[in-house]
Design a protein around this ligand. Structure first.
Ligand SMILES: Cc1cc2nc3c(=O)[nH]c(=O)nc-3n(C[C@H](O)[C@H](O)[C@H](O)COP(=O)(O)OP(=O)(O)OC[C@H]3O[C@@H](n4cnc5c(N)ncnc54)[C@H](O)[C@@H]3O)c2cc1C
Length: 399
């Protein structure tokens, strides 16, 4: 059984069903992928690795560059050699993954909110669901995969350590029309405590002049900060002065790094509910999908052996540590570093990046998800050595 038909849940279901495992996915909403709570900005390389590219009819744009702005308007442009990222229609992407899972044999039960886990002697043995007609059902399952997203309400019932509250940021994302002065194939990123404390703001344009615009904050009301970004930021205010807001959505992002244990007896957690999200950018789709594939393999092995104990599910934990451990450690350090910077230091940092030629050193980069490994690959380039030394000193000076 899988809880949640987001990308992590549907992708787990796809890989379970492909292995011939009877799989049911419970989703609380009446439609998969809605309401949308994600920008859908994803690495092309990682989608290819997962066999999910090209996604015809789902891709809205591709990007070869990113413009980073300090709160004072200093700009650093990272121009890459080839399209490195894409923006997806997230609702269509979620629906596509669910369709793939259905074709492989998984059953999706919509309008069905899982209220709690059934437990017996410390083992998860099923779920209690409220169906569309309000009726409650108790359903048994040899194993439950939790992909409920950042709320991680059910996970807490298992006794696993939940997401760190200190790592949660609160995001607003708006669909906007009539964006001006942005390049079609560049993502705009805005730093600064006055605009997006604890995170950053973004404009992800589409060729038709519409864009996904958002930001997240570690405290305060993200709507107030979005308004400030749109009216006061030296660059964003010009790009968004005539923008028309079509819709807005609010959601949390967990930046605190993965939960220490992702399985217990009869239970595995994948995706946002396990905080498998990049602490630097808040991107969780690729890590969630990667973990989902691994979870499905381990579930199959456990079912074949007839042992679903936490111990039997440990290979999933081990695989997550191998795949993500180093990158998460590096990204958590980067997040702490970014959070420690004053607006003046951000300004200085972007100027130094331009001066030292960081853009040239990073031009050939195609890996943006596994950022620890990416940094190791580029760290030997002279511009990067100088920059890393500068950042190191800056980090030490922040105390
Ligand atoms: C504003 C914003 C922008 C983002 N932008 C990006 C981005 O550009 N790129 C990127 O990679 N990531 C991005 N993310 C993160 C990304 O959205 C998540 O990492 C991703 O959606 C995680 O997938 P998931 O399947 O784990 O969880 P979700 O996508 O949250 O799916 C969980 C599903 O479970 C369902 N559910 C929850 N509880 C229950 C229950 N009790 N019973 C039944 N169903 C339940 C929910 O309805 C939902 O459908 C962004 C997040 C936010 C908030």
């Amino acid at each position: 059984m899988v809880i949640g038909a987001g990308p992590a849940g549907s992708y787990t279901a796809l890989h379970l069903a492909k292995q011939g495992i009877k799989t049911r996915v419970f989703e609380e909403h009446s439609q998969i992928g809605l309401p949308v709570h994600c920008a859908g900005h994803i690495s092309i390389r990682s989608l290819k690795t997962l066999g999910l590219y090209p996604l015809h009819g789902i891709i809205e744009n591709i990007f070869c560059a990113a413009n980073f702005y300090s709160p004072h308007g200093t700009k650093f442009t990272l121009q890459l050699n080839c399209p490195v990222t894409t923006v997806l229609n997230r609702a269509h992407f979620d629906q596509y993954l669910a369709e793939q899972a259905q074709t492989a044999g998984a059953e999706f039960i919509l309008n069905s909110r899982v209220q709690s886990l059934l437990m017996q002697n410390g083992t998860v043995t099923g779920i209690k669901v409220e169906g569309s007609n309000g009726a409650e059902m108790r359903l048994r399952s040899s194993i439950v995969v939790d992909a409920e997203g950042v709320s991680s309400r059910l996970l807490r019932q298992t006794g696993l350590v939940p997401l760190k509250p200190s790592g949660i940021v609160y995001a607003v994302e708006a669909e906007m029309d009539n964006i001006q002065n942005v390049e079609k194939h560049a993502v705009e990123v805005y730093f600064g405590r006055g605009y997006a404390p604890g995170f950053y703001g973004w404009v992800i344009p589409r060729p038709d002049g519409t864009a996904k615009v958002g930001l997240a904050v570690d405290k305060g009301d993200p709507r107030m900060y979005l308004k400030r970004l749109m009216t006061k930021h030296p660059v964003a205010s010009k790009q968004l002065s005539k923008a028309k807001i079509i819709s807005t959505g609010y959601h949390a992002i967990s930046l605190g790094g993965p939960i220490p244990q992702v399985c217990s007896n009869g239970f595995l957690a994948v995706g946002d509910c396990a905080s498998q999200v990049k602490p630097t950018t808040g991107g969780g789709v690729i890590f969630g999908l990667t973990a989902a594939k691994e979870a499905a393999k381990v579930v199959n092995q456990a079912l074949e052996r007839g042992d679903v104990s936490a111990e039997a599910l440990q290979p999933y934990q081990k695989r997550c540590n191998e795949l993500f451990g180093f990158d998460f450690k590096t990204m958590l350090r980067l997040r702490r570093f970014l959070d420690s910077l004053s607006d003046e230091k951000i300004d200085e940092m972007l100027r130094v990046c331009s001066k030292l030629g960081v853009d040239g050193a990073l031009r050939g980069v195609t890996e943006i998800d596994f950022q620890g490994k990416m940094l190791l690959n580029v760290a030997t380039k002279p511009a990067m050595i100088a920059t890393l030394v500068y950042f190191g000193l800056l980090y030490l000076n922040q105390g």
